[in-house]
Design a protein around this ligand. Sequence first.
Ligand code: NAD
Length: 526
Amino acid sequence: MTSAPDNGIFDPHQSSLLEGTLPAAGPASLFIDGQWVPARDGGTRRICNPADGSFVGEVSEAGEDDTRRAIAAARRAFEEGEWRNTPARQRGDVLLEVARAIRENAEEFAAAESADTGKRLAESRMDMSDIADSFEYFGTLAGHHAGRVVDAGDPTVASRVVAEPIGVCALITPWNYPLLQVAWKVAPCLAAGNAFVLKQAELTPHTAMMLMNVLHSAGVPAGVANLITGAGADCATPLSTSPEVDMVSFTGGLVTGRLIARNAAEGIKRVALELGGKNPNVIFADANYPAALDNALNAAFLHSGQVCSAGSRLIVEESIAKKFTADLVRRASQIKLGGPTDEAAETGSVISAAHRDKIADYVDRARQQGATIATGGRRATAGDNEGPHSTGATDLSAGQFYLPTVITNCDRSMDCVHAEAFGPTVTVETFTDEAEAIAIANDTSYGLAGAVWTEDAGKGERVAGALRHGTVWINDFHPYLPQAEWGGMKQSGNGRELGPTGLAEYQEHKHIYRNLNPAVTGWFAE
Ligand code: NAD
């Protein structure tokens, strides 16, 4: 029996964008071949808001059988060719229409995103704008990357390289920025003319479901866009093992990424992996102090640190480290926590009790290895409703809140400076010169993002050039542009999302060589 939502911001049954998706009798949240269908075995999952435990909705829990149905639908749609044979500029126009619909319905999308994730509504609203920007970017790019003419150095030869879609793409996404991660994959995948099966993270299904109806209304043909909701280990294996899938694009954790890459290697599928990060934030003594301090908080604690590029490893020049750390601890211990509609809140809950426990384990290990927990280091309790983290409007003991945590007295031998917590934590290390700062910042198996703060332009450029990370900010943290490539070096993944390379990921590049003057070669005797 489906109960009524009590999360106060989003009701899937009242959503104009989910019409037909959730019949009163039970959920049918798998979008396969242009139809909303339930899981074959009737499996369902209750989605609850982690900020207060309130009920959001009940969705279908797919099994492998459902995933195979979705792959078959995508294969048929790709082979029939309606979408891939649509001129690229028209495909782009469909994506521009999707961007328009997302902007028009941004409030409903944002409410659904906050209900699933516990994220503050203000942040979800910003996400929706970024998501529409991504569709707009790839919608505009679609018609401009058809290929290129090649100078063969011979006037009797016409040579060109054409961009073609790869085929059926499996798109697997995480829960931290649910629709944004989806947009970064779906927009270029469709712009290139592919068909796809999207496996959205099981905890955050609603905005991906809404997007399917938007794609359908904008003119994406049946079977080209398919959605599976369910736990990865139970339903997703065919996405990396089926011979009917040509490419897997995955964003998520290192362990899952490794498994997917291993499975995909068997069939020589193209694989794009966007994995975790342990991102250095290097502060030189000559930095703009107030900006560096403020951004260090933002880098570590935005969205409770559940950001792949979070600046969770602070590396501060020795001469200012004592003051900088004290100021950081003072500010972190006052960060206001709260639910999606708590307007005084500065950050929200973490995604689940299980995830909160993982963060607690990470902090306990740091403690055991000799680091100091200068502030935070525990889940919020009822006592915190009276303390400095409270706005007075959210019961911090009712949701999955973890206190902003600063870990000091760290050294490079400790796990806490190498492992990704994916929560509201930051470690502090110190350095004495530029070479040491670079060495510490590169001493990680990850390579997603990093930042350097200095008023010396030359030093900023030198350090940015030396960092082995896919994005480097100088005197900033977090901004990204749809026009600029995003992705990781080393164990943060391979391939790139966004930018022209983000489109090329979803294309095959075929060389067509035409001889205008065919002749006998005479190589073999007659
Ligand atoms: P996760 O790896 O547990 O899950 C990601 C997705 O994979 C989910 O949809 C999940 O259901 C699915 N999955 C799980 N097991 C699977 C399997 N056996 N086969 C196929 N799919 C499976 O990661 P998470 O906890 O959801 O996300 C957090 C991680 O994602 C962090 O490490 C974070 O750094 C990373 N991340 C990276 C980026 C980036 O751009 N590099 C962006 C966001 C998140």
